[in-house]
Unconditional design. Structure first.
Length: 70
C-alpha cells in the first residue's frame, strides 16, 4: 500500500482532514438560513395548495363526466 492509501484508511486522519475541509467552507449567516428556509416552506405550502386545488378540480370534472355517462 502506498502512503496516500494508508492515510485515507486511517480514521483519525480522516477526521482531521474532514475538520480541515469543513473549516474552509463558507457557511451561510443565520439571516440567510432563515430567509432560505422561509422561502422553501412558502414554496412547499404554495405547491401543496396548488396540487390540492388541481386534484379537487380534476376529481370534480371526472365525477361530472361519469355522471354524464350514466
Amino acid at each position: 500500500m502506498n502512503e496516500s492509501n494508508k492515510k485515507s484508511l486511517n480514521p483519525l486522519g480522516f477526521i482531521k482532514e474532514s475538520k480541515e475541509e469543513l473549516s474552509k467552507v463558507s457557511w451561510p449567516s443565520k439571516k440567510d438560513v432563515v430567509r432560505y428556509s422561509t422561502i422553501v416552506v412558502c414554496v412547499t405550502v404554495g405547491l401543496a395548495a396548488f396540487f390540492a386545488v388541481l386534484d379537487w378540480a380534476l376529481t370534480l370534472g371526472l365525477d361530472k363526466l361519469i355522471e354524464l355517462g350514466k
